[in-house]
Design a protein around this ligand. Structure first.
Ligand SMILES: Nc1ncnc2c1ncn2[C@@H]1O[C@H](COP(=O)(O)OP(=O)(O)OP(=O)(O)O)[C@@H](O)[C@H]1O
Length: 297
């Protein structure tokens, strides 16, 4: 069964069409990045999945059902929403204990979940003193309590430092690969999720603009390098196993070698390169265009 299904979902707030006829699915064992600039409609979609927003049309289903009709929601879906608030005077463990008791989960779960997110040492600390990154980890621990197989995470990388983002990437991959979970993770920063996701859904102004596997959207991962040189460099590149196309006189489009390998080869061959440029993947260019950074790209 499809773990997460968004089918022709639409939602307006007054004159703003926050989500406009969006459809996509997330299968078990995969991570899907839900990407788009601020205000694109990501949060509205995720809140629809959690029954916090009532769609005007279409459906947002988890395990084939509406969230509200799940018998044991915490066992089926783990969610982290933006700006989760915590009682500042409560310790991390107490915060999770309250959730655990309310959901009738085993008393061992808070400590296990804190361990999983790397917060075991902070279990007895008051949340009021937590950094944003620690709060994000605590929110994730809350999502793990019921050991669900579906995760809906809204900008979970916000507030994490580079090491935290690295950790999050590994953790999401682990959830999908090792526990077979379906993970839907939103972000307005492509680079945050690019190394983690199997599939990408891009939304802008409420409309779905692109979806596919990461490989499809990045041109099968084989990014080309454009090289400018007045020298006869193509034979050496081909001999090194590259696929070379002369796109205009003096400009070669090289596939199969990265920029560093090409640079080394040029050095060996005493070839002068006047320009070496990584071609942007489709995904990057689409995303940069949408986020308005295309002009600087
Ligand atoms: N409760 C609401 N009332 C009025 N307008 C809303 C409401 N929720 C969202 N919107 C509007 O709907 C649009 C989509 O917002 P949404 O929060 O879903 O986008 P987003 O992609 O998650 O962006 P962000 O990352 O900034 O949260 C925005 O124009 C937003 O202002």
């Amino acid at each position: 069964m499809t773990a997460i299904e968004i089918r022709n979902l639409s939602k307006s707030f007054g004159a703003v069409r926050a989500v406009d006829d969006v459809s996509f699915t997330v299968e078990a064992g995969t991570v899907t990045g839900y990407l788009g600039p601020n205000g694109a409609g990501k949060t509205t979609t995720l809140r629809s999945l959690l029954g916090l927003v009532t769609p005007d049309a279409g459906e947002a289903l988890v395990n084939g059902q509406r969230y509200a009709s799940l018998d044991h929601p915490l066992n089926e879906v783990g969610a982290v929403l933006e700006a989760t608030s915590f009682h500042p005077g409560r310790t991390a463990r107490d915060h999770l204990r309250i959730m655990t008791t309310a959901a009738g989960l085993p008393a061992s779960r808070p400590d296990e979940a804190l361990e999983q997110v790397g917060l075991a040492d902070a279990a007895r600390k008051r949340v009021g003193g937590f950094s944003l990154g620690m709060r994000q980890r605590l929110a994730l621990a809350g999502a793990l309590l019921g050991q669900p197989k579906i995760f809906i995470l809204d900008e979970p990388a916000n507030g994490l430092d580079p090491a935290g983002i690295q950790w999050l990437r590994g953790f999401l991959r682990h959830l999908a690969r090792d526990t077979g979970a379906a993970v839907l993770v939103s972000s307005h920063v492509l680079a945050e999720v690019e190394q983690t996701v199997d599939n990408v859904v891009i939304i802008a102004k409420g409309r779905l603009v692109r979806q596919g596997t990461l490989a499809e959207l990045t041109g099968n991962g084989g990014g080309a390098v454009r090289v400018k040189t007045k020298d006869d460099f193509a034979p050496a590149l081909r001999a090194a196993g590259a696929e070379v196309e002369e796109v205009e006189p003096g400009v070669l489009r090289v596939k199969g070698l990265d920029a560093e390998e090409i640079g080394r080869l040029a050095l060996d061959q005493r070839v002068l390169l006047t320009e070496v440029i990584h071609e942007r993947s489709d995904l990057q260019s689409v995303f940069l265009e949408l986020t308005g950074e295309g002009a600087q790209a």
